[in-house]
Design a protein around this ligand. Structure first.
Ligand code: F6P
Length: 254
């Protein structure tokens, strides 16, 4: 049975790879929502792909979340290539250990790399944002963020993320009424991949994300299946690491 299941997933990988025009895909067995082991393997496989993608002195944009925290756990020390990790987005609304800042530190420690931090709040409003963008420290990080050759990121369910960030009732209402299903790097989007809202902080823009040479998307768990399908309608990822629960849904949808 195990053999059959793994061939089954390999077939699924081939099918999704060509339908989605991916460079590479890895599907791990199970459902990360209910299996801690599935989530661990997801992190491990994503770390392997990350190590294959980075070059000497890569600049790596990173988002937050428990999945990225898991990826960080499986990164390995590098001898020569010293990647520089930059948070893809400001915002301090997430739990400390899930913030992009914290994950950059962890990834840098694991790989012998470097990191920069971005200490700016969520929901700044246009005036404060403009002021912040004038600060030399912030400017430097934004320009590094824009030079990244790798972006490794998670995807979340829209309302779960809005709750986790303690979004206002007005924001949650907007997300519900416009049927937002997913969230990635601060953008909320509907099932067709249309952007509904964006967290008002400093961070990577969708236009820029589309130009990053190695875009690595990591997500698992049946609660995120719609979010991942929607994300891929919005932004064509190159490297996709998902679990079986998400993969089986994608093949039905696409
Ligand atoms: O908050 C950062 C973030 O990467 C979000 O963009 C994404 O929706 C979420 O984390 C995923 O979190 P988790 O991996 O815990 O499901």
């Amino acid at each position: 049975r195990m053999v059959k299941e793994s061939t089954d997933l390999t077939t699924l990988e081939h099918q999704l790879k060509s339908r989605l025009g991916l460079k590479q895909i890895k599907i791990v067995p199970g459902d990360a929502d209910t299996s801690p082991e599935t989530k661990q393997i997801l992190g491990k496989e994503a770390a392997i792909i990350f190590h294959e993608q980075i070059k000497d002195q890569s600049i790596v944009d990173v988002t937050g979340g428990s999945t990225m925290a898991m990826v960080a756990n499986y990164m390995k020390p590098l001898e020569r290539k010293r990647p520089l990790f930059i948070p893809a987005r400001g915002g301090l609304g997430d739990l400390h250990e899930y913030q992009a800042n914290s994950i950059c530190v962890k990834m840098a420690q694991e790989t012998n790399g470097d990191y920069r931090l971005l200490h700016v709040p969520d929901e700044m409003g246009p005036e404060l944002k403009e002021k912040m963008l004038e600060q030399p420290g912030v400017k430097e990080i934004v320009s590094l963020m824009e030079k990244a050759d790798v972006l490794i990121h998670g995807v979340g369910d829209a309302l779960t993320m809005a709750d986790r960030r303690k979004a206002t009732e007005a924001t949650k209402e907007k997300l519900k009424s416009s049927k937002a299903v997913g969230e990635a790097f601060g953008y909320y989007f509907d099932k067709n991949g249309n952007v509904i809202d964006r967290v008002d902080t400093i961070g990577i823009s969708a236009e820029l994300v589309k130009k990053i040479p190695s875009l690595i998307t990591v997500a698992g768990g049946s609660s995120k299946k719609e979010a991942v399908a929607a994300f891929l309608r919005w932004i064509p990822s190159g490297w996709l690491i998902i679990d079986e629960a998400v993969a089986r849904y994608l093949i039905e949808q696409l």
